[in-house]
Every structure is written in structure tokens, then in C-alpha cells.
Design a binder for this molecule. Structure first.
Ligand SMILES: [Zn+2]
Length: 261
């Protein structure tokens, strides 16, 4: 941010400048008014030492303020404006000058990473938080993780998301190697089977069970917990169904350590 040359012209002069500066300041100043601490209101970019008195446009001279404080401060210098609040004054001045150590470390690492990626010969492009937000706002998209991910980079196309639902994948691991389960005091009280597979199924498989006889007639789809007896539990979206025989189960998805929603 201090040497914006590295980012190219469009970031310095184009529509993106404001976005990058704002995002940076929001992070740096904890998304609140520096003068009164109010949150969740529109914040304006504020010159700590006013332009009228020779204050610079440098990012180290900028902070965020609510409209009330901004009006109150006017063209006053911060030292005069906060003369009755020396602690806050000191904190703001310190924060403003805080060396951008974290940013510097990230910068160094990412440029090294970029060089390595370019060396692969594959097409590589870079993006930024500001560019992502800009792309997302251009298309009036909602702020969600998956849409943000789709808006990274200059090559972001027009996204047609009608009817698109993200697939949520969670890593669940492959279970445990415990040979017994314990009670809350750590005393072993339940035996664990040494074989994971029973009747071709293992805990974590997703199955469809069509039960045609007995009390549990119906169709159930869900994740199973197997037992060596062949009587399985199925956790469906409507709750846990216990004691379903393996005979009724058909595998839909073999357990791979992930869950999908
Ligand atoms: Zn304020």
C-alpha cells in the first residue's frame, strides 16, 4: 500500500483505488470510528492531519470516522480535536504509524509464491480483496464465500448463478483406531470391532434403505453406522433410524472421509 507502483496503474488511478484503500483501512482500524468507536455505521475516510493544514494522502495519514465525528472534527488537526482525550489521541497516532509488518511479510511471501507458480508455465493471475469485492458488486452478487471465490481475479466472467447451489464439503477423517470405547471417566466399557466392514458396508457410507416389512416400512437415505450383527443405524435428514437390516441397504456413496451437503 505504501508503494502502490507494484500493483500497476489501474489500482492507483482506476475505480479500484477506493476499494483497496477502504478495505485496507477497515481492517487496520477494526471497522469502527477511530474517534468514538461506533460500529456498524457508514464510515468515512478521514485525514488525521487535515489536507488543509498540509496533511498528506498517504495511507498512514488516513483513518475511518463516523459522519458525526467527521463533521465535528472538520479541518481541525487531530491534536486539537482530541485535546481532552489524550489516551485516545496517543492510541490513534500510534496505530496510524504502526509499521505494516504483517502486510510486508505477506507481500514478500506472495510474490515469491507467484514467481514459482509462473515458472510452471500454467496461466497464473493474481487478485486482491478489493478487486474481489469490486467484481462482486459489479454483478450485484451476495457476499458469500463461494461467490467471493468465484469473483477472484481479473478474468472473472459474468456469473450466471441462477439455480446454482454450492456443494458443502467437510473433511471428517477416516474414523478411529480405538479398540474399545470408554465412559466419561476413561474406563473401557464398549468393545470395538476390529473389522471396519460388515456385510460390505462400513460406518460412514451413505445408503438408501427400502424397508418393505416390519415396523419401519419406508425409504431412508443417510449415513450409516454399522454393527457386526448386520443391524445398522441410519442418520437421515429427519433424524436417526435405528436397527435397519443390511439386507435393505443399497450403497449410494462409499465413505471417503468427507461429508457432502
Ligand atoms: Zn465517531
Amino acid at each position: 500500500m505504501r508503494n502502490p507502483d507494484i500493483q500497476g496503474k489501474e489500482y492507483q488511478q482506476g475505480t479500484l483505488t477506493g476499494y483497496e484503500t477502504r478495505e485496507f483501512l477497515l481492517e487496520k482500524w477494526d471497522r469502527q470510528c477511530a474517534y468514538c468507536g461506533i460500529k456498524d455505521v457508514p464510515l468515512q475516510i478521514e485525514h488525521i492531519h487535515p489536507r488543509a493544514q498540509g496533511g498528506s494522502n498517504s495511507i498512514t495519514n488516513l483513518t475511518l470516522s463516523c459522519s458525526k465525528c467527521n463533521t465535528k472534527k472538520g479541518t481541525k488537526d487531530i491534536k486539537e480535536f482530541l485535546k481532552k482525550e489524550p489516551l485516545r489521541l496517543e492510541r490513534i497516532l500510534k496505530q496510524a504509524k504502526r509499521p505494516l509488518a504483517d502486510a510486508a511479510a505477506v507481500n514478500t511471501t506472495r510474490f515469491a509464491l507467484l514467481e514459482v507458480l509462473k515458472a510452471t508455465g500454467l496461466p497464473v493471475e493474481t487478485g486482491s480483496g478489493g478487486l474481489t469485492k469490486f467484481n462482486r458488486n459489479q454483478q450485484n452478487l451476495e457476499k458469500t464465500h463461494w461467490l467471493d471465490a468465484a469473483c477472484v481475479g481479473k478474468s472473472t466472467p459474468i456469473l450466471n448463478i441462477e439455480g446454482v447451489k454450492p456443494l458443502l464439503i467437510t473433511a471428517n477423517g477416516h474414523g478411529t483406531r480405538q479398540l474399545c470405547r470408554t465412559d466419561k471417566f476413561g474406563i473401557p466399557n464398549r468393545h470395538c470391532s476390529r473389522t471396519k466392514f460388515h456385510f460390505g458396508f462400513q460406518t460412514g457410507d451413505i445408503v438408501k434403505a427400502v424397508v418393505t416389512t416390519g415396523k419401519k416400512i419406508g425409504e431412508y437415505i443417510g449415513r450409516i453406522a454399522v454393527r457386526s450383527t448386520g443391524s445398522f443405524n441410519i442418520s437421515t435428514s429427519n433424524g436417526l433410524i435405528q436397527g435397519i437390516s443390511y439386507k435393505y441397504c443399497k450403497s449410494i456413496h462409499k465413505k471417503d472421509g468427507y461429508s457432502y451437503a
